[in-house]
Design a protein around this ligand. Sequence first.
Ligand code: DC
Length: 220
Amino acid sequence: MVEITIAVDGPGSSGKGTVARGVAEALGYQFVDTGAMYRAVGLLSLRSGLDVRDEGATSLLAQRLQFRFAFDGGRLRVEVDGEDVTSAIRGEDVGAAASAVAVHPAVRGALLGLQRYLGAAGGVVMDGRDIGTVVLPDAELKIFLDASLEERARRRWLEHPERDFVAVRDELAARDLQDTTRAVAPLRCAADAVRLDSTGVPVSDVVDRIVQLARSRRGG
Ligand code: DC
């Protein structure tokens, strides 16, 4: 059986990560979370007191980070320079820093080689914002997963119920704007991607649909 490459792109809290992981598990493929790489650069920039608008400093940091991804009881563990940052990279401030450093072409360039290397062998589900358009333009299956802003905000708020819902929604809208309007590799649906809307659709249904598409593309 041919092992294909699957690109999953979409805005924040569209369910990409959960869906991509589910598809990878169902097919026995590797899951690569490229957002985690940008988040790691964001986290380390904040910790080192770097200005996230400083392209030179943040890209130097991105170039020297050593990433390691490991599966730990079904959960993806992200290590940077030997430290487990799986939980630390999920904070809201880190998400904002990730989106800010991701506008810099030099930061994107520093991560691109690793992303392409991880996708090259096939048998991979890679999720992000520019996977189908820039990182793996030849991926056999491209999915653009979307959901309404209200639904995505509700999902994110459920992860941080102590926060104000409207503030969570506004941050998400600001992040969308930054990700879709940046000059390099903006979030957009590739011309040959299958667009799926997960508003009101259970994760398992979205996973099943993508697995079906993958099976038909690899011929069985
Ligand atoms: O998917 P996420 O929320 O973990 O991504 C965090 C940020 O990283 C997001 O705001 C945009 C950026 N990102 C990117 O620019 N390109 C990618 N392939 C993945 C993430």
